[in-house]
Design a protein around this ligand. Structure first.
Ligand code: ADQ
Length: 469
């Protein structure tokens, strides 16, 4: 049986529940195959030791966690600069926020080369390697350049923009050729997959071999959409746990006279937080009765504070919340409760369950797992309503949510109003359909499907059995 090697920018100890569904799901597969998880330790050093970065290996049960530290220069160019200052904005359609000129691409390439060099000695001939996300697009090409023959899969957790937006990146051809060095490339949504196909056809004259296979840059690559899910069972168990129940009861007590709306996000410009606040303000202005009945709790966890676009969004959000509370608040009621912090994972389901409406309204999002967690945490007998941006990858699957265009303030306000008033019967019907979808396409389905395809390709070539899950 093949061993699984996962590579991602950061790694998590799968034995800790705080790690979340993805880490737990990957951890399960890694456990079964006695695998390796390789990535950055999260630590920074002023400079590397004389003989370069060292790999540290910790054993977490049957899984090997292998990490390297980064020095300040690599962190600034690879992580802050290129990954989060170029790829993140462009892939979320924000060319205006991308800083192309600073030469970050050199650092991005250098760290991917270093990862390849450090990973290579840890590999066995029949390993299956699975690389995660935008920090590591060129990793397969760098591994191949060092002679690596193993099957390598890739999953992009964020959207892939249309070809014309991609083409604005200086060096986009190098980046996309790198993406085609994988054997299997997975995207969150059909829209992203379609953008990939259009790009490689137009820019690299790829030949469509059918069934998701392409001949491009003298190799065959398999591509498809594999929407990531959550571990529904685990999240429901968390909802029944003590911390979540306490949170639920506290919320119900505190807000007994009001319906709660909830937003839970990383504080990121892609999440549409100012637009959401403007829609909520429109709701209060247009439907004065909601001033007596609705409170919005917005949790925005600190994120990437060393990138300047993130401090701008923080100030905009604070000023909007302040002005809404100033204009509509009363002595005994504030319309918006805004908190710039992370909620403990064990308490989150209690907050979701106490809320009548979730506002998940990103301007662009690869998938958005908050939408799925909100559905999983509801009481099926009296569920809340999901208001979901049509620009989240999740909208391709979650058709029974109230889909909105977050740029349309009036339209979003009208949908929130509808959600607050939705009769029980309709709430139940929509919730049942949504729950069935997230159960069918949970994180185990995601993992199994991708690894099965990766292993299958190996079996076709070598006659060895598929990776056992
Ligand atoms: P993110 O952009 O981080 O992830 P998302 O999927 O919404 O976005 O959230 C990931 C996790 O973070 C969820 O489990 C959520 O509960 C948690 N989280 C977010 N804000 C929090 C807060 N304030 N307090 C506590 N927990 C919080 C990227 C992509 C997404 C994609 C995921 C997974 O941008 O589109 O869904 O990867 O592929």
């Amino acid at each position: 049986m093949s061993r699984l090697v996962v590579v991602s920018n950061r790694i998590a100890d799968p034995r800790k529940t705080a790690a979340g569904g993805l880490a737990v799901a990957l951890g399960e597969v890694l456990n079964n195959s006695g695998g390796v998880w390789f990535g950055w330790s999260g630590k920074l050093v002023d400079q590397y030791p004389g003989d370069g970065p060292q790999v540290q290996v910790h054993q977490a049960g049957p899984v090997k966690l292998a990490t390297v530290d980064l020095d300040q220069a690599d962190y600034q160019s690879y992580y802050v600069g290129y990954s989060n200052g170029v790829l993140w904005p462009v892939f979320h359609y924000r060319l205006d926020l991308a800083d192309f000129d600073a030469g970050y691409i050199e650092g991005y390439r250098r760290v991917n080369q270093m990862f390849a060099r450090k990973l290579l000695p840890l590999l066995r001939p029949d390993d299956i390697i699975w690389v995660q996300d935008y920090h590591l697009i060129p990793l397969a090409a760098e591994l191949r350049a060092l002679g690596c023959q193993q099957r390598i899969g890739y999953f992009l957790h964020i959207p892939l923009p249309p070809p014309l937006i991609l083409a604005a990146i200086p060096g986009h051809d190098w980046l996309m050729k790198g993406l085609c060095s994988y054997d299997l490339v997975g995207f969150q949504a059909e829209a992203d997959h379609e953008h990939f196909c259009r790009y490689i056809e137009a820019e690299a004259h790829a030949q469509n071999l059918g069934e998701g296979r392409w001949r491009v840059f003298n190799r065959t690559v398999h591509a498809g959409a594999f929407p990531i899910g959550i571990d529904v069972k685990e999240f429901q168990a968390l909802t029944d746990g003590e911390e979540a129940r306490e949170m639920y009861q506290r919320m119900k007590r505190e807000y007994s006279r009001r319906k709660l709306l909830v937003g839970v996000d990383r504080l990121d410009y892609s999440k549409g937080l100012p637009q959401r606040m403007r829609a909520f303000r429109e709701l209060l202005a247009k439907h004065p009765e909601t001033r007596k009945s609705a409170t919005l709790i917005q949790i925005a966890s600190p994120s990437r504070e060393d990138v300047s676009a993130y401090t701008d969004i923080l100030h905009e959000l604070e000023s909007l919340c302040g002005s809404i509370n100033g204009n509509y608040g009363e002595l005994d009621w504030m319309p918006v409760r805004y908190m710039h912090r992370t909620v403990a994972r064990g308490r989150l389901p209690g907050l979701y369950r106490a809320s009548r409406v979730a506002l998940v309204t990103p301007l662009r999002d690869g998938m958005n797992l908050v939408a799925k967690e909100f559905i999983a945490a509801q009481d099926p007998e009296d569920p809340g309503v999901l208001v979901l941006s049509r620009f989240a990858g999740a909208a391709e699957q979650l058709k029974e949510a109230l889909l909105v265009n977050p740029y349309d303030t009036e339209g979003t306000a009208a949908a929130i109003h509808l959600a607050l008033q939705m009769p029980l019967e309709e709430r139940r019907e929509r919730h049942a359909a949504l729950l069935a979808t997230i159960r069918q396409y949970d994180v185990h389905w995601w993992c199994d499907t991708i690894l099965h395809l990766l292993g299958q390709a190996e079996a076709e070539e070598t006659g060895t059995p598929w990776l056992r899950l």
